[in-house]
Design a protein around this ligand. Structure first.
Ligand SMILES: *Cc1c(COP(=O)(O)O)cnc(C)c1O
Length: 232
């Protein structure tokens, strides 16, 4: 498939899943996940994506250096979707518009300190490990409430919503259960805090249609858009 065919296919599948759930397809934003891709490849996705999603600081830094300074690419937000180490917070704030992988109180406090110094507000998503698998990143569901409370008290962080990675299985019911649980957690948090928390970032190449049916407002798609990743 060519890039155009892949993007056409994804857009159709997003629209279809949204319609099935009685939702407006425009309520689902597409984040182009660009780890391992060249800037050349990334630029093809610019007209179709709401944001760029990158996992690693070092990789994002290299790409940012040659990213266009004007035109449509220049205004596309960059979202950090990979785990952020405390010692890379300053760099992360220089490179990214949002941090979608906030997973600890210590990290929230570091982000607050640096954002305050830079006199900017940082939109964040709290990443929750709903699938409870050992290797996955994100905070445990039980620790979500206290982290949310802390983030609310930090004036330079703006809490936009929640993020999760679905479980590594193609069993529809188990995957959807995880996405539904994130949606319920967000709903409960809205009730308790009065915050709008509009963003639910869930769904990747293998499970985005199920995520949309469970209320996802932001799908993070890499391989279905650019083809299989080659890490070598
Ligand atoms: C790599 C990655 C994605 C995209 O994965 P694909 O299966 O290639 O669509 C989405 N979210 C996160 C956090 C990732 O690391």
């Amino acid at each position: 498939m060519t890039f155009e065919e892949r993007i056409g296919d994804i857009r159709e599948r997003i629209a279809c899943a949204a319609e099935k759930a009685g939702r407006d397809p425009k309520s689902v934003l597409l984040v182009a996940v660009t780890k391992t891709r060249t800037v050349q490849e990334m630029l093809a996705a610019v007209p179709f994506a709401a944001a760029i999603g990158e996992n690693r600081i070092q990789e994002a830094e290299k790409k940012r250096k040659i990213w266009p300074a004007d035109g449509p690419a220049s205004v596309l937000p960059w979202r950090l979707i990979g785990h952020l180490q405390g010692n890379k917070v300053r760099k992360a704030l220089e490179l990214f518009d949002t941090v979608d992988s906030l997973d600890s109180i210590a990290l929230a406090e570091r982000l607050e300190r640096v954002a305050a110094e830079m006199e900017r507000t940082l939109p964040v998503l709290i990443e929750v490990n709903m699938a409870q698998e050992g290797s996955k990143t994100g905070i445990a569901p039980e620790a979500f409430g206290p982290l949310l409370e802390r983030v609310r008290s930090l004036p330079h962080l703006h809490m936009e919503g929640l993020m999760t990675i679905g479980p590594m299985t193609d069993d529809e019911a188990s995957v959807r259960r995880v996405f539904a649980a994130l949606r319920d957690l967000a709903e409960e948090a809205r009730k308790q805090t009065g915050l709008p928390l509009p963003v639910l970032s869930m769904g990747m190449s293998g499970d985005f249609e199920w995520a949309i049916q469970e209320g996802s407002t932001m799908v993070r798609i890499g391989s279905a858009l650019f083809g299989p990743r080659n890490y070598c």
